[in-house]
Design a protein around this ligand. Structure first.
Ligand code: BEZ
Length: 254
């Protein structure tokens, strides 16, 4: 995950569903005992710990010191690092990542680092926000930023949500062979209020505003979103869409 503004406590309160939903991509990874696996954007290590439990030797990296501290507490070998500037060299049987790469808009730099980190025949298994992800939420935020604060932004430097074709091309250019890539609409009950979701997961977008304006901006965006995303019982469902892929680096595993 991407930002110093990440708080492991806020994540636990407002975004635990993100790692809880990582089971499908973990099944695609199919970690095996003794494999060396790099987890990009390991967050607080909840999913990383499941890879460790499979018997793999896992290194997690995350750019948030708070998240790395939380992952270390779980016993995960977690280190501060940025997915866009990886420095591993032919060290891993697999690179895994869940719900992190939408924070890394320089996709070519990520893919180049993944390729460098993998051993010949190594695999890259990833899930993150795909095209159309949180479309309503993004539209509400861009509308509030533009109409109330005069900030024109498409938020493309905050969130990266590529189509399968676009991302398959990124992988191919880096030298990865994509075996499976899917765009999966996944409306997701968020288990909290939309203003709390925005506080945790739209923090970098809201950081374009002075802190004294952020509460009002969150409340306005939530009001705009309620007719689309809040049901009659008050439950919010975010309009998530996941890009999930599995790719390999040419060569024979050693
Ligand atoms: C996501 O997991 O899809 C996501 C997280 C934060 C902001 C936007 C999307």
């Amino acid at each position: 995950m991407g930002h110093e503004m990440w708080s492991a406590d806020l994540y636990e309160k407002n975004a635990r569903f993100v790692s809880d939903l990582g089971g499908d991509v973990l099944a695609w990874l199919n970690p095996r005992a003794g494999e060396r696996i790099l987890d990009l954007g390991c967050g607080d290590g909840a999913l990383t710990a499941e890879i460790v439990a499979a018997g793999s030797v896992v290194v997690g990296i995350d750019s948030s010191t708070d998240m790395v501290a939380a992952a270390l507490k779980r016993g995960v070998d977690a280190r501060i690092g940025d997915a866009m500037s990886l420095s591993f060299d032919a060290e891993f049987d697999a690179v895994f990542t869940n719900a992190a790469l939408h924070w890394a808009p320089r996709a070519e730099a990520v893919a180049a680092g993944v390729v460098r980190a993998l051993r010949p025949g190594g695999r890259f298994v990833a899930e993150f926000g795909g095209f159309g992800n949180v479309a309503a939420i993004r539209t509400a935020l861009t509308a509030v930023l533009a109409s109330d604060y005069g900030i024109e932004t498409d938020l493309k430097d905050v969130w990266y949500f590529p189509t399968p074709d676009e991302y398959a091309a990124v992988c191919a250019r880096a030298g990865l062979s994509v075996e499976r890539i899917e765009l999966i609409p996944r409306p997701t009950p968020i288990g909290s209020d939309m203003t709390q979701w925005l506080e945790t997961l739209a923090a970098p977008a809201l950081a374009m505003l002075p802190s004294e304006s952020q509460v009002a901006a969150r409340e306005k965006a939530a009001r705009l979103l309620a007719p689309a995303l809040r049901d009659e019982s008050g439950q919010w469902t975010a309009d998530y869409s996941r890009l999930r892929l599995s790719a390999t680096l040419a060569g024979t595993p050693t």
